[in-house]
Design a protein around this ligand. Structure first.
Ligand SMILES: [Zn+2]
Length: 244
């Protein structure tokens, strides 16, 4: 368990793209920002960068990521007006509703050999889909590799979804968590890369990525230098270059 998890508030509901609808139970003594739900000392609201985009984004966040002060999913969600953030492990009918058409759903996830063996690998994305970003919904899993695998196994809707893999990725800016590979990306970075892939130069993600740099710097500044880049906690699962 992460060291800070016990002191953080229990989040009752995080299921909306509208901040005014967020309901939070805050039993701890620490003051929390009602917008980003984080302790006021690590509030990320200053880094929120509204970024217009055409592809809808559905972020499925594992519960263990909610209390991660270094997580990028909430900054991503608060910056993308066409995004929805659901927290859970097995989503059931809630996911069915979130995936409802007419948009086509595309899972941002690598093609993994073990999926082939299990017979659950979905087809590679139909290139015709890529011509119509307004008709797409990108589904992103926010969790460690192990947790994302579990989410995949518990939600059959995801197993047969067409997948988008990032063939080339930029070097990760995500220095907070221990990375097993230099090309592992945060949820925010991977989603930005996917949006560029799907929308081309029409989506301006650079300001958000720069804001993310600021967010990372803020977190690093709060930590002892000796542990700044050596957090043994889980990383946000991103495929390695070899997996892409
Ligand atoms: Zn805040």
């Amino acid at each position: 368990m992460h060291a800070c998890a016990l002191a953080l508030p229990r989040i009752v509901l995080v299921m909306t793209a509208h901040l005014s609808d967020v309901t939070v139970n805050v039993p701890s003594k620490r003051l929390h920002c009602i917008a980003c739900l984080r302790p006021q000392t690590t509030c990320l609201c200053r880094w929120v960068t509204p970024t217009p985009h055409r592809v809808e984004v559905l972020i499925l966040q594992h519960p263990m990521e909610v209390a991660q002060v270094k997580g990028s999913a909430r900054l991503l969600h608060m910056s993308l007006p066409g995004s929805l953030l659901l927290t859970g492990e097995a989503f059931g009918a809630t996911l069915d509703a979130a995936l409802r058409g007419p948009r086509r759903n595309l899972l941002l996830y690598p093609q993994v050999p073990c999926d082939l063996a299990a017979g659950t690998q979905s087809s590679v994305v139909d290139t015709q889909w890529l011509l119509q970003p307004d008709q797409l919904r990108l589904v992103v899993l926010d969790g460690t590799w192990r947790k994302s695998r579990k989410m995949l196994s518990l939600n059959s809707q995801l197993q047969h979804m067409q997948r988008l893999s990032l063939a080339t990725v930029p070097a990760s800016r995500y220095l907070i968590r221990k990375a097993h590979d230099s090309h592992q990306l945060s949820t925010l970075e991977a989603t930005c890369a996917a949006l560029v892939r799907l929308e081309g130069d029409g989506v301006a993600v650079q300001p958000l990525l720069e804001a993310f740099d600021g967010f990372v710097g803020q977190q690093l500044a709060r930590r002892p230098s000796s542990s700044a880049a050596s957090d043994g906690a889980s990383i946000v699962r991103r495929p390695t270059r070899r997996e892409l």
